[in-house]
Design a protein around this ligand. Structure first.
Ligand SMILES: Nc1ncnc2c1ncn2[C@@H]1O[C@H](COP(=O)(O)OP(=O)(O)O)[C@@H](O)[C@H]1O
Ligand SMILES: N[C@@H](CC(=O)OP(=O)(O)O)C(=O)O
Length: 491
């Protein structure tokens, strides 16, 4: 991957340079050498005065030309998409909350935001429970309490917003009817696979975005709903915990930007969802994955800022459910936020900082219930001179392995052998503490528990490691992490 030159002033929205030599000649771009390298070049239309970044990937036979992520001050054209605003389930839990979110969005008239929404309130949890019940005990899946709850919540919201129920039922895509049929199918098979679970929970985001877009249109704000899996969110096929593939960035930018240019309307995008690149089935990005949807869109479109609206005053010094006196942390670096999320702070999705860091796009964590609170600003760097400890996080349900070498002291290669075992078995290691003859390590629960055959995988690890060490497997442990300034942690 190589990043090359900068250009300004290309007006054409997404076009293929292959068929546009004049564009190249106007733009100091050596068309022929690039054309040799790649089959096609996509060019997102830059905002006025914005540069373009060339990202060449010869292996993929592709050169992607991206708008520079940062728009400075007045250069941020008023008619370009400018930021992402992501609202989590807690922010859109009811009709009243949706009205407040609409008002919040409209209170930033200078912004042209892309809106990312999660499912309403606890819809995702309810759908998972409904799926589990359908697979296990009930005789008629339509009678499951959690399904009734989801239906009732969405009907009530549609009614209270003065919208037509046909948005979610009675007319294609008729989500509630499909949901009913899906749960009855799961019930008949007595099996809830990761794939069907992802399809099941996707109804939450599909409905919340349709309702919200319809409400905006009703109050005279032109909005357009998008299902992420239809606009280029391409992922691995790791159902329940899929990773976003690079092809997503240009595809999503292309679609959202192209539609915006030809017919401006606020895009309302489903968070959390994608499409598996082999199966073409609906995938999900892991719990809390709408944060990752938001940062992916921010990076793809090279937007000015990514706002993540929650029900707390930003990232706090610890989980407020454990210690109610937790206080907001005003500034964080991408690295600190990523560590914090990875080691258990539920407030951000563990992978969500990656696209923001790669695009160097600031992320602001704000409270939709308390707009005046300054929130947390997450950027590439910050003044660390006074920073020692930023926050404390707890990660539960961790599997730990104590591995003690059976060989004599002074034997080399022990650590290498242990880690190659994990690599061979495709298991991700979390925290590691070592001495010369022993290692204690933890395994990443999110990657581990989302897959089937977990006990078998663990048995395989222990069996392999048993050849070189004494292994003690400890389950249901916790990690308490202190997120701090590494440069000041030792003297
Ligand atoms: N360090 C932390 N800072 C802020 N919130 C935290 C932290 N640790 C846990 N939380 C919990 O995360 C919740 C916000 O995340 P989440 O439920 O994913 O929000 P949303 O659904 O709005 O996206 C808060 O309500 C809080 O209970
Ligand atoms: N609805 C999904 C995705 C998500 O991001 O939700 P939230 O923004 O409410 O954490 C979930 O509950 O995991």
């Amino acid at each position: 991957m190589a990043t090359a030159t900068h250009l300004c002033g290309i007006k054409t929205p997404y076009c293929f340079l292959k068929s546009n030599r004049s564009l190249c000649s106007r733009s100091r771009l050596d068309f022929d050498s690039l054309a040799k390298l790649c089959g096609a070049i996509r060019v997102p239309a830059p905002s006025r005065g914005r540069g373009l970044k060339f990202v060449c990937d010869a292996r993929k036979n592709d050169v992607l030309v991206q708008a520079e992520p940062k728009i400075q001050g007045v250069e941020a054209s008023t008619n370009q998409l400018s930021c992402v605003m992501k609202f989590g389930g807690s922010s859109v839990a009811s009709a009243d909350r949706m009205k407040e979110v609409a008002e919040l969005i409209l209170s930033f008239p200078e912004e042209n935001p892309v809106i990312v929404l999660s499912a309403m309130g606890k819809t995702t949890n309810k759908l998972i429970l409904a799926g589990e019940k359908a697979a296990s005990c009930v005789s008629d899946a339509s009678e499951i309490d959690e399904l009734s709850f989801v239906k009732e919540l969405h009907y009530r919201t549609v009614d209270e917003l003065g919208l037509d129920r046909s948005l979610i039922t009675g007319r294609p895509p008729d989500h509630l009817e499909k949901l009913d049929r899906l749960l009855n199918g799961i019930n008949a098979l007595k099996e809830l696979t990761p794939r069907s679970r992802d399809y099941l929970v996707s109804f939450g985001e599909c409905m919340s975005t349709r309702i919200f877009a319809a409400y905006l249109n009703k109050i005279g704000v032109k909005a357009r709903q998008y299902d992420a899996f239809d606009i280029g969110f391409i992922t691995t096929d790791d159902f329940t915990n899929a990773d976003i593939l690079d092809a997503t960035y240009p595809a999503v930018a292309n679609r959202l930007h192209g539609d915006w240019i030809s017919d401006p309307a606020i895009p309302i995008v489903t968070g959390f969802l994608g499409k598996g690149w082999r199966t073409c089935a609906v995938t999900t990005l892991g719990r809390g994955g709408s944060d990752l949807t938001a940062t992916t869109i921010g990076n793809g479109l090279g937007l000015r800022e990514i706002q993540v609206w929650k029900d707390v005053d930003g990232v706090l010094t610890c989980d407020p459910n454990i210690y109610p006196g937790a206080e907001p942390v005003p500034y964080l670096t991408f690295d600190e936020a990523a560590e914090l999320a990875y080691f258990g702070a539920q407030v951000l999705h563990p992978q969500s900082m990656r696209p923001a860091r790669e695009g160097d796009i600031p992320v602001r964590v704000k409270n939709s219930y308390n707009r005046k609170a300054p929130g947390t600003l997450i950027t590439k760097s910050r003044d660390m001179s006074k920073a020692i400890l930023t926050s404390i996080v707890l990660k539960r349900n961790v599997t730990m392995l104590d591995i003690v070498s059976t060989r004599m002291r002074g034997q080399f290669g022990f650590l290498a052998k242990v880690f190659s075992t994990f690599e061979d078995l495709g298991i991700s290691v979390d925290v590691v503490a070592t001495s010369e003859v022993s290692i204690s390590l933890t395994l990443d629960p999110s990657k581990l528990w989302s897959r089937e055959l977990i006990q078998q995988e663990l048995d395989n690890v222990v069996e392999e490691l048993d050849k070189i060490a004494t292994v003690n497997l400890l389950q249901h442990r916790s990690i308490v992490s202190l997120i701090g300034n590494v440069q000041r942690s030792s003297l």
